[in-house]
Design a protein around this ligand. Structure first.
Ligand code: FAD
Length: 569
């Protein structure tokens, strides 16, 4: 790149305006230093920016485009894609928030590479602050805080209930925009994509970031401190793309960048056939519902001692009532194949055809429930799916339509260095090499999940609430297959040893004096089943505190307020 491009100076350069980067910027409002946030997307969806997220997944369990479709390049980041709604007509969308359990931070003799360099106790105050800033409420997963006499918890032996809270997407997509615009020391530049980070010749720190603006012009951003917050996948991409600057990609001296990738696959564990038609009336705690204006729902998981004793992967289950045949394997296959009727191509038609042939009774149930008199009835099936993700316990809903309770679980994946992001050969419009992910699923994890399912089923059967039908299998056409990878974690994991991680316990890249990483890419484990954003927002809050304290000890002469002097137009 020629050396004539303009250079912009700031104190803290935050790369990415998703929940991680916005939290760092928000927490620095009013500080004595300037913050410049560089966001690749725009305030509105933008096709050219979105195309930069294109990447390739090689896995027996994921679609090749599983990573590309599950990240948003736009101000607010992937919060623009969140899906939890309460019922039709309510357009505000939410994310599920849960803190990790104590055991999720612990090393485990039976799980190599498990363990965080910080404990849950150290993170607790940040969890609370994060939730208050994001949703206006404290973290509280205790059943007693949310259950009422009409919504009691189930009694299921070693299976207990934790409460998931929900927090709105607009805290990041809208409110953060107003707050940062009003902040005297923060500036946001949209349509600015960081291509790479230039290190000092001795590799001890980052000198400046190489940026392309949406009009194609180029600029360098020089800063005292850089915070890489481009998302669970892009953080690795920016580091790996910086290898051209001596002496190699930052943090990658031991070939660690991009490794230990994980997800939380959502599995259909099985179904409960209720022993009484009234069972659903007693399960309101497990529906997505409001208590004191706050959205919550119960999640079933084994107690921590049992999970330690049985060496179980940490899995959390939600209960979803369904009409006969609803969203069965066969119904999903029919939906997938439907575009063929209009001459369109569909992805993996043979997989869907095999699912149909394997489930004749589900096909029959779906066809019976299919209302031929209503135009657009396919669409109605889809709407019903959305509807009954939440709101089914409300008094006006006719619960006699439901015959079974589906059990969906979010699962932990053991960290494995061979599950790896690397730069592929395809290039994007900016000339960057697109990412390629290799993601397997170890046999020991599969065996562990099947054992957990058997233990889950045994507790349900013993409790008398119903009979559990196990569905999960890892072989044959019915093995799990995911269209999207919603929770990419790892790639720049936190570890005290640079041979086993990329960032230290303060989220600083090993060997780099001024480069930090924010986001789920720093997770050394997937924290069991818990959705990642509350934890990454808590870590970003903690990182902002660290930066405030670090920069307060610098002489004020070295700090340039971003909104003064040279700044983005
Ligand atoms: C459908 C769906 C539902 C989800 N639901 C939940 C949920 O209920 N609960 C939960 O906890 N989590 C949920 N998640 C996960 C959640 O969205 C992520 O954990 C969260 O968005 C991560 O925040 P982030 O800021 O690290 O990354 P992102 O939100 O991905 O934001 C990264 C930002 O950085 C920008 N960027 C990337 N590269 C560059 C670059 N080189 N230069 C400049 N800018 C760059 C991107 O444009 C983007 O705006 C869900 C995800 C999906 C897909």
């Amino acid at each position: 790149m020629p050396g004539s491009e303009p250079e912009i100076h700031t104190d803290v350069c935050v790369i990415g305006a998703g929940p991680a980067g916005l939290t760092v910027a928000r927490e620095c409002i009013g500080a004595a230093f300037g913050v410049l946030v560089l966001e690749s997307g725009q305030y509105e969806p933008d096709r050219a920016a979105q195309d930069l997220a294109g990447s390739w997944t090689e896995s027996p369990f994921y679609e090749p485009h599983a990573m590309s479709g599950a990240r948003r390049r736009q101000f607010g980041g992937t919060a623009n894609d969140w899906v939890h709604v309460t019922w039709p007509g309510k357009t505000r969308v939410y994310a599920r928030t849960l803190a990790g359990e104590d055991l999720d931070f612990e090393p485990k003799a039976w799980q190599p590479d498990a363990g965080w360099p910080i404990t849950k106790d150290e993170l607790l105050p940040y969890y609370d602050r994060a939730h208050r800033t994001w949703a206006g409420t404290p973290v509280n997963d205790a059943v007693a805080a949310w259950s009422t006499p009409s919504t009691p918890p189930l009694t299921l032996g070693r299976l207990g209930t934790r409460m998931a809270q929900y927090a709105p997407a607009d805290s990041f997509t809208l409110r953060a925009r107003d707050e940062l615009a009003a902040a005297p020391n923060v500036r946001v530049a949209v349509g600015w994509t960081v291509l790479s980070l230039e290190s000092l010749p001795d590799g001890s720190a980052i000198r400046r970031a190489e940026v392309v603006r949406s009009d194609g012009s180029r600029v360098w951003v020089r800063a005292e401190v850089f915070v890489l917050a481009g998302g669970g996948v892009e953080n690795s991409q920016v580091l790996l793309s910086s290898a051209a600057f001596a002496p190699g990609a930052p943090g990658n001296r031991y070939d660690t960048v991009g490794r230990w990738m994980m997800d939380h696959p959502e599995l259909r564990l099985g179904a409960i056939q209720p022993s009484s038609p009234d069972l659903l009336d007693q399960l309101g705690l497990y529906d997505l519902h409001y208590v004191d204006n706050q959205l919550v729902n119960g999640v079933l998981t084994f107690d921590q001692e049992f999970k330690r004793q049985e060496r179980l992967l940490n899995v959390g289950a939600v209960l979803i009532p369904r009409r006969p045949g609803f969203n069965s394997e066969a119904e999903r296959a029919l939906r997938t194949l439907k575009p063929l009727l209009h001459g369109h191509r569909v992805s993996q038609p043979l997989h869907s055809a095999r699912a149909l042939l394997s489930h004749p009774s589900e096909v029959a149930a779906f066809l019976r429930a299919f209302d031929r008199s209503t135009p657009g009835n396919w669409q109605e099936s889809m709407d019903a799916y959305q509807w009954f993700r939440g709101g089914w316990s409300r008094s006006e809903v006719d619960r006699s339509r439901f015959s079974t309770l589906h059990v969906h679980v979010a699962t932990e994946q053991s960290p494995d260095p061979e599950n790896r992001l690397s730069l592929g050969n395809q290039r994007d419009a900016l000339g960057r090499r697109r990412l390629r992910l290799r993601l397997g699923w170890s046999e020991s994890d599969q065996e562990n999940l099947l054992r957990g399912m058997a233990l889950f089923g045994a507790e349900i059967d013993r409790s008398g609430i119903g009979r559990f039908d196990p569905w999960l299998r890892f072989d044959g056409p019915l093995r799990p297959h995911f269209g999207g990878m919603h929770h990419p974690m790892g790639g720049t994991r936190m570890h005290a040893d640079p041979r086993r991680g990329v960032v230290d316990e303060n989220s600083r890249v090993h060997g780099m004096g001024n480069l930090y990483v924010a986001g789920s890419s720093v997770f050394p484990t997937s924290l069991g089943y818990v959705n990642p954003t509350l934890t990454l927002v808590a870590l970003s809050t903690r990182l902002a505190d660290h930066l405030r304290s670090r920069l307060s000890t610098q002489t004020s002469g070295s700090l340039r307020a971003t909104k003064e002097g040279s700044s983005p137009g």
